[in-house]
Design a protein around this ligand. Structure first.
Ligand SMILES: [Zn+2]
Length: 412
């Protein structure tokens, strides 16, 4: 038996077997799990990565499920409070949630995968009781130190029942960028239903499959990210649990996301019917809609490699910015490694002096962009372009150029 991953021919939502292959990445490193330079290349773990699409419930999903123990990165967790663009989005989001759902000191807000409390702290400022559930102790400890009520646990239906017996009844449940990572989808939804009170709302944010396909964001596909939802496919999941999507909103975060508001009561707004109709018009019920990402990503790979080769052939240096999961996918898919990219910089100091998996590019502090002044820098978190360009204005002023890989290869 393979202990690193499993492959199922049943859809993660509807359980049927009509899965169609959309994009094969081949053997890929585990994004986000940085490696020590002493680890020999042949000992690095590679797991196949394949996007498949279900023609019954329309869910785009990974064919492989990597062993969750291999994906959990306890030593170098993703701290949500690193990006200021993201923090501003969260603050504004909370302000509008408080108004929309009329939350006050008698309400209860529960967040699943609450990270270091970056979102919940905005409710705490308004004296609204909160409970964060976070499996990573490093993240949870930061939240607890900052006075945010947090439990270091993994959320599932068993924990939900325990919370219910303790009297937790949520007016608002928030799960931002969680659903796509969940292995046991039906158990997770059951759990939320258990803690959500009769009039409560569940806010789910996730990267939107339409933005993935239309924006050719093939780099947002990695082993941690099991499902790529449309409104149609998330509805197919929630329908099975008697829950209703009453509102939807498209967001610009993470290169294109969507927020859905779910409740036990049916009150389906025009935003939902409109977006369902838009999805149908785009052709999301057809396999060929999804297949366009395979063509587009191949073109991006060709153009990007050609551009980077121009620099390396002139013996000029190319570096990269952002040692995050999507960067690992982009570099591995495009066969770009340490021979072409000299180093990558990242603000998270826990990542410094490690190597990116697969490409084995060393990670340093962002100040190295100015001290080494590489001729070009590949911007891996291209969705944070404005923020990073402002932050790295010194590098640009000294003649440094940024290569933006997506949605189209360009140079700034
Ligand atoms: Zn399905």
């Amino acid at each position: 038996m393979n202990t690193t991953y499993s492959v199922s021919d049943s859809c993660r939502v509807c359980g049927k077997g009509n899965l169609h292959s959309i994009l094969e990445y081949g053997d890929m490193p585990i994004a986000d799990v940085l490696i020590d330079s002493t680890l020999p290349k042949e000992q690095e773990l590679l797991i196949p990565l394949t996007l498949v699409w279900c023609s019954d419930c329309l869910l785009l999903q990974l064919h492989e499920t990597a062993n969750p123990n291999l994906l959990f990165n306890a030593k170098y967790p993703y701290l949500s409070s690193i990006s200021s663009t993201w923090l501003n989005h969260c603050r504004d989001n909370v302000e509008s949630l408080i108004k929309t759902f009329k939350l006050d000191s008698n309400s209860t807000v529960v967040e699943l995968a609450s990270n270091d409390g970056y979102l919940l702290r905005n409710f705490v400022k308004h004296n609204i009781p909160v409970l964060g559930i976070e499996p990573s102790s490093i993240c949870a400890d930061i939240a607890i130190q900052n006075g945010i009520n947090t439990r270091t646990e993994f959320f599932d239906s068993t924990l939900a029942e325990k919370l219910q017996t303790e009297g937790i009844s949520a007016d608002l449940v928030i799960s931002n960028n969680v659903l796509a990572h969940v292995h046991e989808l039906h158990d997770f939804v059951n759990g939320v239903k258990t803690i959500l009170n009769e009039n409560g709302s569940w806010i789910i944010e996730f990267p939107y499959v339409i933005d993935l396909i239309d924006g050719c964001a093939f780099d947002t596909v990695y082993h941690q990210h099991l499902c790529y939802f449309s409104v149609h496919s998330v509805k197919a999941l929630l329908d099975q649990h008697g829950l209703f999507i009453n509102d939807v909103q498209r967001l610009s975060t993470h290169g294109g996301s969507i927020r859905v508001v779910v409740s036990r009561k049916r009150d389906i707004g025009k935003s939902v019917t409109d977006l369902l109709e838009q999805e149908s018009t785009l052709g999301i019920i057809n396999e060929r809609y999804y297949r366009q990402i395979a063509e587009d990503s191949k073109k991006v790979k060709e153009q990007l490699c050609k551009l980077i080769d121009k620099f390396t052939m002139k013996r000029q240096t190319v570096a990269a910015y952002g040692a995050a999961a999507k960067g690992t996918t982009l570099l591995a898919y495009c066969d770009l490694n340490w021979e072409k990219i000299s180093f990558v910089v990242d603000k998270n100091k826990k990542k410094h002096n490690k190597l990116l998996p697969g490409s084995r590019i060393p990670i340093f502090h962002p100040s190295r962009l100015v001290s080494n002044q590489p001729d070009a820098c590949l911007l891996l978190p291209w969705n944070l372009k404005e923020e990073i360009l402002t932050e790295q204005s010194k590098y640009c002023q000294h003649g440094g150029k940024f290569i933006v890989p997506l949605p189209k290869v360009s140079m700034i």
